[in-house]
Design a protein around this ligand. Structure first.
Ligand SMILES: [Ca+2]
Ligand SMILES: [Ca+2]
Length: 93
């Protein structure tokens, strides 16, 4: 069981390696990579930078408090699966 958990964690870290960062407030809450979708890529990006200080909204900081914590993961989890479209300059689901 420990091997399975370790394998999943390493896969998440590996996926996070390929995620691009964003530097502005996300249009879609919980969207760490700016693709307007909240999915496993956002979670992996945040997990791979847990407990790291950063500029706002970078490296998985989705709440803009300049540190990557479980609060960011909670925000991502609360919005997991959400897709935001831009209509007339405003975000909508
Ligand atoms: Ca995303
Ligand atoms: Ca944060």
């Amino acid at each position: 069981m420990k091997s399975l958990i370790l394998a999943i964690f390493l896969i998440i870290l590996g996926v996070g390696y390929f995620v691009k960062e964003v530097s502005a407030s996300p249009i879609c809450p919980g969207d760490a990579n700016g693709d307007n979708v909240v999915n496993i890529l956002d979670l992996s990006w945040t997990v791979s930078h847990l407990h790291m200080g950063t500029a706002p909204y970078q490296y998985g900081d989705v709440n803009g408090d300049m540190i990557v914590t479980m609060e960011d993961l909670d925000l991502e989890a609360a919005n997991f699966g959400r897709q935001c479209l831009i209509v007339g300059g405003l975000a909508t689901d």
